[in-house]
Every structure is written in C-alpha cells, then in structure tokens.
Design a protein around this ligand. Structure first.
Ligand code: WQD
Length: 353
C-alpha cells in the first residue's frame, strides 16, 4: 500500500484554500500549493503569499508552494512531472459575481481554460482523483427550499456562476469518457469565519463584495456604515437569508471528499452548507455580540441578481461523506472578529516572510 499522500491544491493560498491546506496537513496529507495570487496577497513584492507563511506557523511545517498560473501549461506540466499527486483539490479561479459581469472574457478564460489545462495534465500524468470547488450559485434562483443536489442547475445569470456550471458539465463529460476518474463537485453556500488562531482569514482586496468581511470592517472602523441590500424580501425580517458555513467546517468537508474520491466513487455532487438560513440582520447582531461594537447600517435598494432566501439541504454529504457542519453562528462571528482585530489591514502588514 503506497504511503504517498501528495495532494495538489490549486488556489491553496486563498481564503478557503488556505484553511483546507491546514486541515490537509492535520489529516496527514502532503499538500503542494500553486497559486498566482489573483485572490491572495503576497507578503512582500513578488514574494510568497502571506497566507502560506501563516499556514506554516499554524501547522509548524514547511508548505511547498509554487507561483504557477493554470494558464501557464508548460509550468503546470513541469509540476506534474516533478510530483506524483494522488489527487487534486481545485480552488483556483476568479470568484467575484459583480466583477464577472464587467469582465466575462477574463472569467471564462481563467476559470474554464485554467481548468482544461489542469485536467489535461491530470490525464497525461494519470492523476484521476479530483475535488472541485463549485458553488451554490449554479442553482440560480431557488425553485424550492432547502435546495438539494437534484435542484436544477445552469439558470444562474452571472458569468462567475455560469463558469462554475460549465466546469461542472465539462467534468461530467470527462467522468463519462474516463472510466477510472473519480470526481467530486462541492457546492459551497456562504463561507464565513476564520481559523481559531486568527492567523488566516478572508482578505478581500478593495471593497468587499460579500457581507461578512464588510460587516467586520465596519465593526473595526475601516468602513463607516453597512448598506443592507433590500429590507422587503419575503423573509422573517425582510432582509436576505443565506446559509452561512464556517470556513473550517468547509475545509473539513474537503478532507471528507478527498477520502471519498479515493474509493472509486465515480462522479458525485454534494452541498456544503449548514442547512440553516440566517438573515443579514441576524449576522449584524451576531457580529455586534462578538465584537461588542455597534454596527451602523442603512437599508437601501435590493442588489441586482440577489435572491431573498437560499439555504442548503445537507443530508447527502452527511450520509455519503460522513461530514456535517459543527460550528454555529456565534463561533463564525467570534472567529471572524479575532481575524479582523489581529489583521486590521489583512495580510499586507505581514512583511515577516
Ligand atoms: C449575502 C447577503 C446580500 C453585502 C455570493 C456569491 C456566491 C458565493 C458567496 C462564491 C445577501 C447581503 C451583502 C453587503 C448586504 N461566492 N449583503 N450588503 O450574494 O449570497 O453569494 O457570495 O462562490 O457564489 O454569489 O453572498 O455575502 O454577497 O451576500 O446586504 O454589503 O448579504 O444582499 O442577502 P451571496 P453575499
């Protein structure tokens, strides 16, 4: 029985990727990270991403990292020639819904062509186990709630969500053609929070698109007020309801998927969520409790493309992966606040590496 535990993690310096790398090491795997730092911050000019240094501090172990872009096929081929991977966890990609509407070509090029380069290398070097970072966005406007994995997909309107849907369809076709491939598609709901150490977390560049990084920046005084997009949805308090899942629970879901994908499972799809929906105001109150700060807000018009409620049906992952989320709203907010207070300006301030 080979003791090879070498896992390629594309985008492993990003928010979810870095938390997953920590859990991979904790689970006894040997992660190799590639990241072009499109969504990660370098600790110094042309240096390694700040998150890699922090991961090493958490796990007390060197992390192999390469500054490789998935669009650089030659570099990717050299990487596969150098390491014998037993599986790939594929996070790398552009991920801002609003930005994708402005620059669709870039999103399709990076997300889809990058993935095609990756799976071509996997095929050439006979790496046949893949865990793909997909998104609940592929469900589009929920036809029913909670959303299960049989819900229709592909009706999402933004290029980011479409790119995730197109990649899912590409992987389905690859799975049909390559009988020995095992592919797991993980559809995330809303990842929030940070590792307990406060050393790694979500570090959006510029104005945060997502709710919780924005709320945390208001709480710490980097921003003056939260705009709540819509107060007239058909929800308990009129504000949008989402399924917020702690990023460490999400990372552990990847470890469970990795174990499953090495059991000749073929192609499988799983929601990674909590199955609970919380409103924007619930999250504001959660952060006020965790930070002890008042969070000023104003209710403004709805944001284009938003839905009122979206939360997951989560029993399939529990039954087939033996995984469920454990961390509650209070822990999500406490861990996010610890990250925010320890890193008021994110990774940029870390020039120690
Ligand atoms: C959550 C709620 C907003 C910001 C998106 C992507 C999805 C995934 C997660 C990548 C909504 C409200 C937000 C703000 C607000 N990303 N809000 N003021 O839109 O559910 O999902 O991020 O995979 O693919 O679509 O997350 O955090 O942007 O919004 O009122 O400043 O907070 O209206 O109700 P969303 P979000």
């Amino acid at each position: 029985m080979s003791d090879n535990k070498c896992i390629l993690v594309t985008g492993g310096a990003g928010y979810i990727g870095s938390h997953t790398v920590v859990e991979l090491v904790n689970a006894g795997y040997d992660p190799v990270v590639i990241d072009n730092c499109a969504n990660a911050v370098r600790a110094s000019e042309n240096g390694r991403p700040g998150s890699i240094k922090r991961i090493e501090k958490i796990v007390d172990k060197k992390i192999i990292y390469y500054d490789i872009d998935l669009l650089n096929k030659a570099a990717l081929d050299d990487l596969f020639a150098k390491h014998s991977f037993i599986a790939v966890i594929h996070f790398a990609g552009l991920k801002a819904v609003g930005e994708s509407i402005e620059i669709p070509i870039e999103y399709y090029k990076v997300n889809i062509c990058g993935t095609l380069n990756l799976i071509e290398c996997m095929k050439k070097y006979q790496v046949s186990n893949l865990v793909f970072s997909s998104s609940a966005t592929v469900y589009g406007t929920p036809q029913y709630l909670p959303i299960d994995e049989n819900h229709t997909v592909g009706s999402c309107t933004n290029p980011y969500g479409k790119s995730k849907y197109f990649i899912e369809e590409i992987l389905r076709d690859v799975g049909k053609a390559e009988k020995d491939w095992n592919i797991i598609l993980l559809r995330y709901f809303n990842p929030v929070g940070s590792h307990k150490s406060g050393l790694i977390g979500e570090d959006p560049q510029g104005t945060p698109n997502n709710l919780m990084p924005y709320v945390a920046q208001v709480a710490i005084g980097r921003r003056s007020q939260l705009s709540i997009f819509g107060g007239d949805y058909d929800t308990p308090d009129g504000t949008g309801v989402r399924d917020y899942i702690h990023v460490v629970d999400l990372a552990l879901g990847h470890i469970a998927a990795l174990k499953k994908v090495s059991t000749k499972c073929g192609l499988k799809v799983y929601n990674l969520g909590t199955g609970k929906g919380y409103s924007v105001l619930d999250m504001v109150r959660g952060m006020e409790k965790a930070s002890g700060k008042k969070i000023p807000y104003k209710i403004v018009d709805r944001r284009d493309g938003d839905v009122g409620s979206c939360y997951a049906e989560v029993t399939l992952a529990q039954t087939e992966l033996g995984w469920k989320s454990d961390r509650n709203l209070e822990e999500m907010c406490e861990d996010l606040w610890r990250w925010q207070t320890k890193n008021p300006k994110g990774f940029q301030t870390d020039n120690s590496s």
